[in-house]
Design a protein around this ligand. Structure first.
Ligand code: NIG
Ligand code: FE
Length: 414
């Protein structure tokens, strides 16, 4: 399959150096080309360049005229919980009336509420609902997404969630990675026996998940009121024995030491980071662990935003992800995430784009294949209407501007 996209007004997100991540001041330099074409062959980017140099006599299976629109690399959303049953708008109302996320969780709502609903749902129902959410984010520009378990909280239900993710992976053209998050909350029947629940996670769940090869990564909600540093370390190490790299929910509710732990244990990413001190930033400077910010959750829960400017000034690479989930971020809209990064964290649209593409891919260990317009990478990108500048895309954050979604070198017509 050979696809030619011609008459592209601007190609953005070009990275000819094929960097693994983009850090510090580099984050604000946009690789771009005006009046371009791009050729995808067998799912990968085969070439791109100026329209004036295009040889249109070559044979193509399909030709797409971009009519002056802008080409962006697809978003790489490295943190979602988009397999879930039902919704939690009652808690949304509780929050409006003054309850905090932690209070709701303590009353048995929150993650446990979603776990109850997931337990009742069939695999088929979960698959259909998640597939709809996946199509929603594909239409909004996402081409690579990580999806977590963590609403099962029993071996059987965690496996059910992960099998749904595997099925989505087989049926959809979007690239998917799966994360085992058994330690998202202590299951209802283990309340007061947290250590025993961690035993189940380590001795029963992780081996069962590995046996069916259902997860690429292991994650823990390491925070005040959830799992401790010691428990998190134990779960990460157990996952590592089975080849699962770690990603951690850290520093959302308190300065928990989760960032330092992630760095020490070589986690792929530490995510949330609403509470960050100097020591956390310093720890990340020596590390390959990707700090990943989820401003959609800060927005929805009314929390403070991570100190993105401080982190970038310290020379760090940072990633942005949606955290799509029914409790703290019921949206997978990465353009909205970029707009929040711009308005609330003073990231430029270019920094936000790199954080939502290449650095997001790096947070999944996949930046060699995804996240930029680079010859040889998977041909995942989208085309917009003609824009007055690339920044317009983040600025006019809710205008429907995307015209075409290309995944694995083929136009997605879903
Ligand atoms: O990333 N912080 C922990 N987990 C999710 C929320 C999950 C939920 O409330 O259902 C998050 O925000
Ligand atoms: Fe999360």
């Amino acid at each position: 399959m050979r696809l030619l996209v011609k008459n592209i007004g601007t190609i953005v997100g070009i990275d000819t150096a094929a960097r693994e991540r983009i850090a510090g001041a580099e984050m604000d330099r946009l690789g771009r080309l005006d009046e371009g074409y791009l050729i995808a062959e067998d799912g990968r980017i085969a070439a791109f360049g100026s329209m004036s140099e295009l040889d249109e006599t070559e044979p193509f299976d399909e030709v797409l005229d971009a009519e002056g629109g802008t080409l962006f690399p697809s978003f790489c959303d490295s943190h979602t919980h988009l397999v879930y049953a039902g919704s939690r708008e009652q808690e949304f109302l509780d929050k409006i009336h003054g309850l905090s996320y932690e209070e709701i969780a303590r009353r048995g709502g929150g993650i446990l509420n979603s776990a109850d609903r997931l337990h009742e749902a069939t695999e088929e129902e979960l698959y259909e609902a998640a597939r709809e959410r996946l199509h929603e984010i594909m239409r909004m520009g996402t081409g690579l997404v990580e999806i977590k378990s963590g609403y099962g909280l029993s071996t059987e239900d965690e496996l059910k969630m992960l099998r749904v993710i595997r099925r989505l992976r087989q049926s959809e053209p979007i690239e998917i990675r799966a994360t085992f998050l058994g330690a998202h909350a202590v299951a209802r029947n283990y309340i007061g026996r947290q250590e025993e629940y961690v035993d189940v996670v380590c001795e029963e769940m992780i081996p069962a998940v590995a046996k069916e090869n259902l997860a690429d990564f292991v994650d823990v909600f390491c925070d005040q009121g959830f799992f401790t540093i010691e428990q998190t370390r134990r779960i990460m190490r157990r996952g590592a024995e089975y080849g699962m790299k770690a990603k951690i929910h850290a520093n959302e509710l308190a300065i928990s030491g989760g960032v330092q732990l992630g760095v020490e244990e070589g986690a792929l990413s530490v995510d949330h980071l609403e509470r960050m001190g100097e020591a956390e930033i310093e720890a990340l400077q020596q590390a390959m662990t990707m700090p990943t910010m989820l401003p959609g959750a800060a927005f929805f829960l009314g929390m403070s935003y991570p100190p993105a400017r401080k982190m970038i000034s310290a020379g760090l690479a940072v990633a942005l992800a949606s955290d799509y989930n029914p409790g703290s971020s019921p949206s997978g809209n990465m353009r909205m995430v970029m707009a929040l990064a711009a308005t609330q964290m003073r990231m430029t649209p270019t920094e936000a784009l790199h954080a939502a593409t290449l650095n997001g891919a790096a947070a999944m260990g996949l930046s060699h294949d995804f996240g930029s317009i680079t010859v040889g990478k998977v041909a995942n990108f989208f085309l917009t209407k003609p824009l007055s500048s690339p920044e317009f895309f983040t600025y006019a954050y809710s205008t429907p501007l995307i015209r075409h979604t290309i995944l694995r070198g083929e136009i997605w017509r879903g």
